[in-house]
Design a binder for this molecule. Structure first.
Ligand code: NAP
Length: 253
């Protein structure tokens, strides 16, 4: 899975144009969902790209109140694609952990609709229950994750179980970008606050999927592979944790 991708929630202005630009400048992972309204535009961008399909890592999600297999088929139809690389349950249902959803996901994988399957917004306990029931672990748990809001317990559990934590809302939807620590570290490396956050995510092993409607933001966010944060800088960034969430609270803490 690529170490950085483009999030497309609310990227509804000119989705196809934005994704075409992203692919041109080097993005190889695109994150969407059946409820984002961006699948048709992403499909158009993929079809007009000169890249081979297997050079691109496409992620989509099914909702917790859907028939997951049918939703996977519908998403593929909207995307105009034969498969996605990763199919996620968007969030755990209110009752239980969604064993019935997981069955549909496993079927989607068996039938070739998805190369890999995973979850989003799950706690480690919920993942354990899902695996107990089916014997099949999710490949990925996509959760809100930034220096300002994260959990080493969740990361530890994920690493132990061979699950990748994928970081959504890594830029705190812009809410913490004026933090002084980010500015100080960024100045040392000639990088912006957003780039410092994304680099921290990559170095802790949580590949981020920042959303950016602005082309200059997309280019800036990709330009994080030519510097490395030192141990003291990583510690300072990790120390910013306040369990911040752009939702009511981090669901997994
Ligand atoms: P985000 O990526 O943390 O923040 C997006 C905001 O940051 C936008 O306002 C964007 O502005 C701005 N931005 C982007 N790059 C910037 C830069 N270099 N400097 C300054 N500002 C910058 O928030 P998000 O959209 O909530 O999360 C990212 C993706 O994660 C979503 O798009 C979606 O794909 C996924 N997600 C998944 C879930 C889930 O439940 N699984 C939930 C939320 C999000 P512009 O758009 O104006 O460029």
């Amino acid at each position: 899975m690529p170490l950085l991708g483009l999030g497309t929630w609310q990227l509804t202005g000119d989705t196809a144009g934005d994704v075409e630009h992203a692919l041109q400048v080097g993005y190889r992972l695109i994150d969407t969902s059946g409820d984002y309204g961006t699948q048709p535009g992403i499909g158009r961008a993929l079809r007009s790209s000169s890249l081979d399909r297997d050079e691109i890592f496409l992620v989509t999600k099914v909702e917790e109140d859907e028939d997951s297999f049918e939703a996977a088929q519908r998403n593929l139809q909207e995307l105009g694609q034969g498969y996605v690389d990763l199919l996620l349950i968007h969030r755990p249902p209110h009752n239980g952990v969604g064993e019935w959803l997981w069955e549909g996901m496993l079927e989607a994988k068996r039938e070739g609709l998805a190369r890999e399957i995973g979850v989003s917004n799950y706690t480690s306990r919920q993942i354990d229950r899902l695996v107990e029931g089916s014997g099949e672990r999710p490949a990925v748990n996509q959760v809100e994750w930034s220096p300002f809001g994260h959990s080493w317990d969740l990361m530890e559990h994920a690493k132990t179980n061979g699950i990748v934590i994928q970081a959504y809302s890594p830029l705190t939807r812009g809410q913490r970008l004026s933090d002084e620590t980010l500015a100080e570290i960024g100045e040392r490396h000639g990088k912006t606050a957003a780039q410092v956050i994304l680099r921290w995510c990559i170095q802790v092993g949580a590949p981020p999927i920042p959303k950016a409607a602005r082309a200059e933001h997309r280019e800036e966010n990709l330009d994080v592979f030519d510097f490395e944060l030192g141990a003291a800088e990583m510690d300072a960034l990790t120390g910013l944790n306040e369990h911040y969430s752009s939702l009511a609270g981090l669901p997994y803490v």
